[in-house]
Design a protein around this ligand. Structure first.
Ligand SMILES: Nc1ncnc2c1ncn2[C@@H]1O[C@H](COP(=O)(O)OP(=O)(O)OP(=O)(O)O)[C@@H](O)[C@H]1O
Length: 325
């Protein structure tokens, strides 16, 4: 049984086709990154996975049943991008409340409260006020709330947005630990390097459809061409005249040539005596992303932002957060 199975799902808002015959299967235990430009339909797809919206067409199954059933059974944990933690309670009280609420209806083994706090790396925050935490600490508490019912599927909307590097690492350690227990993790991110490093699989969505789906390496291979770079001072002729070269850019002392035929380009460079500090690389995930979502990477200079734009998935409060309210 798949964790998520979306088949030919469509959803429109008036004239806007937000999700367009989108099919997607997430096997249990996978960690999957969902990438896509603004308005690609990620939030809408996720909201249907969480049972917050109903598709116009197609079917969505989560853990073998309807999304609603899976969510009500506490088998889905969601961490929305926004939402503050409730005030006036200590972290351990808040997470303990969520943990008890889930334990009361749990059908399978649950981690103890201590284990949950440990998993989310918040054991040292138990006595702190939940509404007076740093961004990274608050995210880990929210992650603990999403994990309180030991869900089989965890949906994280930009879990590390606006966190500093250390907090990101801490949160990823917690997410990895939860994936290590067998949960399926779906996360959206605007940090492509995060998708590259953390996901078993990357799904790129554009205009409501899946445009690429595979490992990071597979997605990079979808983009033809190579980048040949050399020491910029080595070449004394116009790079545009070299065979295969589509475009070039200079970044400090490096000259980067985007080519459809790396062999011919390198050969011509060698003939011109310009092979100095040579490097040949394939597409980066960023180039692949930009190509797959119809932004020409060749025209993208190297100052292009490291990340794509943010999702704004409003998955709503987790059951635990709602219960605490
Ligand atoms: N409630 C709504 N009413 C009208 N249009 C909507 C609504 N929700 C989404 N849309 C539209 O549907 C399309 C897909 O939006 P969605 O939020 O799913 O994309 P996204 O990939 O999550 O984008 P972003 O990264 O900007 O959050 C967009 O054109 C958006 O404007």
């Amino acid at each position: 049984m798949d964790a998520v199975e979306m088949h030919e799902v469509g959803k429109s808002f008036g004239a806007v086709r937000a999700v367009d015959r989108l099919s997607l299967r997430l096997a249990q235990g996978q960690t999957v990154a969902l990438l896509g430009p603004n308005g690609a339909g990620k939030s809408t797809a996720i909201s249907m996975m969480l049972g917050l919206r109903t598709p116009d067409t197609g079917t969505v199954r989560v853990l073998g049943g309807t999304p609603d059933r899976a969510v009500r059974a506490g088998r889905v944990g969601a961490m929305p991008q926004t939402g503050r933690l409730v005030g006036g309670v200590k972290v351990r009280e808040l997470v303990g409340f969520a943990h008890r609420a889930h334990a009361a209806v749990a059908r399978g083994p649950m981690p103890s409260l201590d284990e949950l706090m440990d998993l989310a790396r918040i054991s040292d925050l138990g006595g702190r006020r939940a509404d007076a935490l740093s961004g990274g600490q608050a995210q880990r508490v929210r992650f603990a709330l999403a994990m309180a019912g030991a869900p089989d599927l965890v949906v994280l909307d930009e879990p590390t947005a606006a966190l500093d590097i250390e907090s990101r690492h801490e949160l990823w350690a917690a997410i990895r630990a939860c994936a290590g227990r067998g949960a399926t993790v779906l996360f959206s991110t605007h940090y492509l390097e995060e998708a590259d490093a953390e996901a078993d699989r990357i799904v790129v969505v554009d205009r409501g459809r899946v445009v690429a789906d595979g490992t990071s390496e597979e997605i990079k291979r979808r983009v033809p061409g190579r980048t040949v770079s050399i020491d910029a001072s080595a070449l004394r002729r116009d790079p545009a005249d070299l065979p295969g070269v589509l475009s070039s850019e200079t970044d400090g002392r490096r000259l980067r040539l985007h080519t459809t035929d790396a062999d011919a380009t390198v050969l011509a460079l060698a003939t011109a005596g310009a092979v100095r500090d040579l490097e040949v690389t394939g597409a980066s995930l960023e180039q692949a992303f930009l190509t797959l979502t119809h932004t020409d990477p060749i025209k993208t200079d190297n100052t292009q932002a490291d990340h794509i734009q943010a999702d704004h998935i409003q998955a709503g409060p987790t059951q635990a957060e709602e219960a605490v309210r």
